[in-house]
Design a protein around this ligand. Structure first.
Ligand SMILES: [Mg+2]
Length: 338
C-alpha cells in the first residue's frame, strides 16, 4: 500500500474505530467515564446505551458507508450523481434495506436532524429539497462526510459536494460549512500535509465558500463562516490532556451533539502529537456524544497516521473493515484506459 493509500484506508477505518470505541461510552458524562474507566477505555468492547455488539457500526459508520456507496455508484456509472446516490443509500439505511441488518428493521440510533431530513427527502424525492432546516446544527453530517475528502479529487467540486451531501439532512450553514472545512482538512492530510497546513487548507475553503458561492444550499450565511473559523481556532487553543484532566464542563462546555463542538474537538485531537489510539481513547473518555466525537476525530487521525497506526486488535473487531478496505481499493484504482 502506498503512503497515500494507507492514509485513505486509515481515514475510513479511523471513523469506524472511533465510532465503535466510543459507542460504549455514548451518553455517559465525563465523571461517570472517569469512575468506570480510570485509565480510559482502550478496547472495542461494545455495549453502551444501545447494547452494541463489539465493533458493530453505529449510525456514524453506517452513514459514512452510505456516502461511500454513492462514490462506488459513480465509479461504476459516470452519469450517477453523488448527492442523489448518497440520499438514496441513506434512505435505504433509514427504512431498513441495509446489508448486515435484518431486512426491514430500522436503525437503533437515528439523530433528530437525520430523521427529519430523510423524511423530507422521502417526500420530495429531491436531495436539494430535503434537510432538517436552519437551527438544526447537530454533528450528524460531519460524522459521515469523509468519503468526499478521499474520493473527490477536484477541490472546487469537493467543497460543493461536501456541502450538498450535508444538506440532505443538515442544511444549516454551520453544518454545511463545517463539512466543507473538515473534508478539505482530511484531503490535505491524505495528500501528506502536516496537521497545521491541513487546517490552514480547511480554513481557506471556509473563506472561499462565501454566501454567494454557486451551488451552496440556500441556508448558507456569512455568519457561519465566522463561526466555523472560530471553532477551528478554539481547537488550536485547547489541549486534550487538559480536557481529560479537568472535564469538558470546566475547560470547554457542551461535548454534546453540536456540530462546531465536534469540529473543535477533532482539531484538538489532530494537533495532539501522540499516537492514534492514545488520542482517540482520550477523545471518547470525555463522554457525551462519544461515538460521534470519536468517529469525527478518528477520521482525521486516521488520515494523519495511516492504517498502520490503528491497533490490530481494534481492526479485527470492526465489522465493516474488509468492505471499507475493498471500497478504498476500488475507488483508488486508476480509471481504465481507452
Ligand atoms: Mg452513533
Amino acid at each position: 500500500m502506498s503512503d497515500r493509500d494507507d492514509r485513505v484506508a486509515g481515514a475510513l477505518l479511523g471513523v469506524h474505530a472511533g465510532d465503535s470505541l466510543g459507542a460504549t461510552l455514548e451518553f455517559m458524562d465525563w465523571q461517570a467515564v472517569r469512575e468506570r474507566y480510570p485509565d480510559g477505555l482502550r478496547e472495542i468492547v461494545g455495549g453502551g446505551a444501545f447494547d452494541w455488539p463489539a465493533g458493530a457500526p453505529t449510525d456514524d459508520t453506517d452513514l459514512t458507508r452510505a456516502v461511500l456507496l454513492a462514490y462506488l455508484d459513480t465509479a461504476r456509472d459516470p452519469s450517477a450523481v453523488v448527492v442523489r446516490c448518497a440520499a438514496e443509500h441513506m434512505l435505504d439505511w433509514f427504512e431498513g434495506r441495509w446489508p448486515g441488518r435484518v431486512e426491514g428493521t430500522t436503525p437503533r440510533d437515528v439523530g433528530g436532524a437525520t430523521e427529519r431530513g430523510l423524511s423530507r427527502y422521502r417526500e420530495s424525492g429531491d436531495p436539494l429539497q430535503a434537510g432538517a432546516g436552519r437551527g438544526q446544527a447537530g454533528n450528524g453530517s460531519l460524522m459521515r462526510c469523509i468519503p468526499t475528502a478521499l474520493f473527490q479529487p477536484d477541490v472546487g467540486l469537493r467543497a460543493r459536494e461536501a456541502m450538498l451531501v450535508s444538506a440532505i439532512t443538515h442544511d444549516d450553514a454551520r453544518c454545511t460549512v463545517a463539512c466543507a472545512a473538515y473534508v478539505e482538512v482530511a484531503a490535505a492530510l491524505v495528500d501528506g500535509a502536516a496537521p497545521g497546513a491541513a487546517l490552514a487548507a480547511g480554513e481557506g475553503v471556509v473563506r472561499a465558500v462565501g454566501p454567494t458561492a454557486q451551488g451552496t444550499p440556500p441556508q448558507h450565511d456569512a455568519r457561519a463562516t465566522d463561526e466555523v473559523l472560530a471553532a477551528i481556532a478554539a481547537g488550536r487553543g485547547l489541549r486534550l490532556p487538559d480536557l481529560v484532566a479537568l472535564g469538558p464542563d470546566q475547560a470547554f462546555p457542551r461535548f454534546g451533539g453540536y456540530v462546531l463542538t465536534a469540529l473543535t474537538l477533532a482539531v484538538v485531537a489532530l494537533l495532539d502529537p501522540r499516537p492514534f489510539a492514545e488520542v482517540l481513547a482520550d477523545v471518547v473518555r470525555l463522554g457525551g456524544d462519544a461515538d460521534t466525537n470519536g468517529a469525527i476525530a478518528g477520521g482525521l487521525l486516521g488520515a494523519r497516521d495511516g492504517l498502520g497506526a490503528l491497533p490490530g486488535a481494534w481492526l479485527e473487531r470492526l465489522h465493516l473493515r474488509d468492505e471499507f478496505l475493498a471500497a478504498a481499493r476500488t475507488l483508488q484504482e486508476p480509471p481504465a484506459g481507452p
